[in-house]
Design a protein around this ligand. Structure first.
Ligand SMILES: *Cc1c(COP(=O)(O)O)cnc(C)c1O
Length: 394
């Protein structure tokens, strides 16, 4: 099996599993306990906080542990909105290709009276800093733009966007779930106030993540209860998961330079190979993209069938986001970058893992060529296009 869906989730690394095990076994104590097995868990929890803080350029007390990216996005956005509302500021700026954890939270705020401006991501899938500058108003309380896109892999100009927000004293949140552990992220250099990440996207366990909140940016808690996480996130801490997340992030950062070089070469090999398929196109910028992400549209086919047939051939891929598959609506991200419905339906997302090889890339290319040709051979849409009843778009 070739697993090429690492943007959906990753396999836990051996290092992360080894770091986690003692906390499922002998060091099972509740970190709030005053006895030594509790205190040992507490020490490990704070050690993990220090590691994570150091790896993203933050201070330990600026790191809050969460259940993952969705929770982090919700808490960050709702907190900034509440701070804004207190000052009578109810305008928010985001963009059209955000993850649903961001978009649905913004929809909720719109129902409560907030106004949201969605910046275009343009054909290349990248937001333009000048357009952010132009959209900021006196009543803007929050800008939320993702670090890197989960479907098309484009990397946003976060540093420039952050600089603009700082200049206008607007809180800047970034969903960095696809970036942390994959490309260099430093909250100071990047001028961000709020940032969230999720362990299972960088070889840590599922159900655990963190939210960075710059000192002075007051968070609201989503969950009422105990005083864990300075009262900002009630519930007994997921000690094993948190310790494993820190170990996974340390490993990811240590190996980043080497992995980036290797993955970029494999990514470009895949892009070159798949480009040989006629009437196909790469989605998103070819250069400003994650080292592991390849996203294509093939005209005249249906993405779901492509995925099922690729699975039969041993290739695990996706058509976009895991949340979108299963629904008949094409991806909002592909529509936002200008793909028409029919074309957006024929999409394929391949996200490689660090252990992928050239042979894997070549096998993916071979299988995709075979399956696309097969599906086109009995596609009425394709037949019409070939017979001149309609125009090729790609
Ligand atoms: C996966 C993902 C999320 C959600 O993270 P969970 O930990 O699964 O809740 C949010 N944003 C982006 C960009 C993602 O890729």
């Amino acid at each position: 099996m070739i697993y090429a869906d690492n943007a959906a989730t990753t396999k836990m690394s051996k290092t992360a599993i080894a770091a986690m095990l003692p906390f499922l076994d002998e060091t099972y104590g509740n970190p709030s306990g005053l006895y030594s097995v509790g205190q040992k868990a507490k020490e490990a929890l704070e050690g993990a906080r220090q590691t994570i803080a150091r790896l993203i350029g933050a201070a330990p007390n600026e790191i809050l542990f969460t259940s993952g990216g969705s929770e982090g996005d919700n808490q960050a956005i709702l907190s900034a909105a509440a701070l804004g509302k207190k000052k009578g500021k109810t305008h928010i700026i985001s963009d059209t290709i955000e993850h649903h954890a961001v978009l649905h939270t913004l929809k909720k705020l719109e129902k409560e009276g907030f106004e949201v401006t969605y910046l275009p991501a343009h054909e290349n899938g990248i937001v333009r800093p000048q357009e952010l500058e132009d959209a900021i108003r006196d009543d803007t309380c929050l800008v939320t733009v993702m670090y890197a896109n989960n479907e098309i892999g484009t990397i946003q100009p976060i540093r420039a966007l952050g600089e603009i927000c700082r200049k206008h004293s607007v809180i800047f949140h970034t969903d960095a779930v696809q970036a942390v552990g994959h490309i260099p992220v430093n909250v100071k250099d990047d001028n961000v106030d709020l940032l969230c990440a999720s362990a299972h996207k960088f070889h840590g366990p599922k159900g655990v993540g963190f939210l960075y909140a710059k000192r002075g940016v007051r968070l609201q808690n989503l969950i009422e209860g105990g005083a864990q996480e300075r009262g900002l996130r009630a519930g007994t801490e997921n000690v094993g998961g948190i310790v494993a997340m820190a170990a996974a992030l340390q490993e990811a950062v240590d190996g980043m330079e080497e992995n980036t070089k290797k993955l970029t070469a494999l990514r470009d090999r895949l892009i070159d190979g798949l480009s040989e398929i006629e009437h196909s196109a790469l989605n998103g910028d070819a250069v400003q993209r994650l080292p592991s992400n390849v996203s294509f549209c093939f005209e005249g086919i249906e993405g779901e069938s492509l995925l099922l047939l690729l699975d039969d051939l041993g290739v695990c891929a996706s058509s976009g986001s895991a949340c979108t598959s299963g629904s008949l609506d094409p991806s909002h991200v592909l529509l936002a970058i200008g793909r028409v419905h029919d074309v957006a339906h024929g999409s394929l997302r391949l996200t490689l893992g660090e252990d992928a090889t050239e042979a894997d890339a070549d096998e993916i290319i071979r299988c995709t060529k075979q399956v696309v040709a097969h599906l086109r051979s009995f596609s009425p849409v394709w037949r019409d296009l070939c017979n001149g009843k309609g125009n090729f778009i790609l």
